[in-house]
Structures are given as C-alpha cells and as structure tokens.
Design a protein around this ligand. Sequence first.
Ligand SMILES: O=CC(=O)O
Length: 359
Amino acid sequence: MLSSRMALRRLQRIAVAPLSFTSGATTKVLRDMSTLPRVYVTRQIPPEGLKILQDSGQVQFELWDSDDVPVPRKELLQKVKGVDGLLCVLTEKIDAELLDAAGSNLKVISTMSVGFDHLSLEELKKRGIRVGYTPEVLTDAVAELTVALLLATSRRLIEATHEAKTGGWGTWRTLWLCGYELANSTVGILGLGRIGVAIAERLAPFKVKKFIYTDVAPRPELAKAINAEYVTLDELAKQSDFLSICCALTPETKEICNKNLFSKMKNTSIFINTSRGGVVNQEDLYEALSTGQIAGAGLDVTVPEPLPTTHPLFTLKNCVILPHIASASYSTRNTMSALAANNLLLGLGSQPMIKELKL
Ligand SMILES: O=CC(=O)O
C-alpha cells in the first residue's frame, strides 16, 4: 500500500480529470486536460480536500508537496504564473506582488482558514478576484482548545507537570501551585463572534458568574445566547478575571492588547489569545506578566510564528505558549480542507461559494 505521503506525492502529478479509457487496443481521450483551469495548492492539505479536487475532473492542479515547510516565496511566485485558482493556507501572503505574478487569469483564492489577515483584500477587490474561506467548521475545535489553554494557564498545568517530572514535588503544600478558578468569575470576551459564543457556552458549566464582552458595536443576538453584557474596552479590562481574545486582526485591532489594557487588568487575571498574535503588543505583555501586573497568559498565536525559542516570553512560568493549534483536530482540519476545495471549485465554476468573503 502507498504511504499517505507517497500517495500525496503521486497526486501532485496526477491528472485530476478522467482523461482517458482503454477499449480494446485503442485509448480514447475523453478530455484534454490542458484546457482545464489551472490551480496551485500551496500546501499538502489533508486528504479530504485533495480528493475533492482530484475527483472533480474540473481542474488540473499542482501542489507544494510538504506540510512541514511552507512553499518558498520565490517558488510560489513562479508557480502562480497564469493560474486560474489558488488554494492557500495562512502562511502565504497574498498581496499585490503575488497577484501581479499570477496575472489576469487568477479568478479565485480559497484559503483554508477562518482568518484572512494574510490576504490583501483591497488588492483582491480591485482585481475582481473572489475569496473563499473556512469559518464555522472550526468553531468547536477552537473553542475547545481555548478552554484547554485557559485551564492549563489558570491552573498552572505546564508548571505542575514540569515540577512533578523534575523532582520539585515535595510534600503536599497548602499554597504550592495554586491558581485561579472559573467558579464565580467574570469572563470577558474581546470580539464576540461565533467562536466567542462557543467558548462562553463551554465555560458556563464551570459556574462562571458573569460574561461580558466588547466589540465595535453591541451584538445582542449573539450576546443573548450566553447572557453576556456589552461593556467598554476599559471595563472589559477592569472587570475580567479571564480575558479571552477572539477578534480578527485588522488595522483597528492591531496591538489593541497593550500596556494601556494590561495596566487596567487585575493582577489576578488571566489573558488568553487564540485569535492572532498581531492583536497583542508582546513587549507590553511580557512587562505585564513579569511584573505581576496580570497573573498569567495563554497564547496559541504569536508574532512571529514560530516564536523563536529565545523569545523572552518563553522564560516566563506564567506564560503558556502553544504553536497555533486551535483548529488542529483531524476531523476539523479535514473538513476545512474539503470546504476550501469546494469553495475553489465553485468559484472557478462561477457559482456562489459555500463560504465566500464579501469584499
Ligand atoms: O488560525 C487559523 C485560521 O484562521 O483558520
């Protein structure tokens, strides 16, 4: 049997349309593959998505055959020349340079991500390029990971396993490795969308006393589902025992979590970010954590990614850092790849995509 890696390698070169069949001694060509829209896939995406592209018979595609290393920019700029569609992930910057390199055939970008801060939307809009993305299908996985990260941070799980493994575990001690509990707490959400609601729904059974949120404007429909109160950003910082960052990275939210915000937080509060690293000023966060301005932080996202192992945040016991894995469950990543593939095919067929960004 082919290993999945070998199979994927083979897929890279495979004609994705049913090209021919053999009857007796003659082979009849059913379709000339070279007339099909050309697609470049910037990553070895999970099998469901690849299979959809392969079985569709609607496109010819080439794939960057690795999940371990992103396609080098130079190679990407070469590979996109003349393509009709691009299926990418969040490590690829889709900007004017890339769109120029691709040329005027490019009609559709499909990103296998809910976030789209790696796409220059203005450039895409200007060129009439349609954009598919993958919201909703990852909400459960992201909410689940956020709760795990919040508990790992507030109950100091990483420190605790380290102590247990390295001989720090002496007698049972009354205040050793104490943390903060969710029961009776106020949980704040910065940016209330589907993910924020899903996080709150999972936290509510931990006997949270109150949910509060802020956003560009109140979102009563979403807030009603979790009985959350709309407050200002200042109040969110002041009142939250746990502050969960769920907003998209935009020019407005860039480094919104900075000295000013941390200085208003309680020194017992826990900061959790599973959105984008760019919403946080990391120097200010380091300062807040190392001076005890806040109690702890759990980060699934940083700037840059990967965060260099020499980064000061890694020296702090009260900072738990994960390598951007919020949506990383097998089922979710497969579903995301399938949605990205379907968005791409629908876009190329000039049909409405399942999930399309309004530009
Ligand atoms: O961060 C992950 C995503 O945007 O899907």
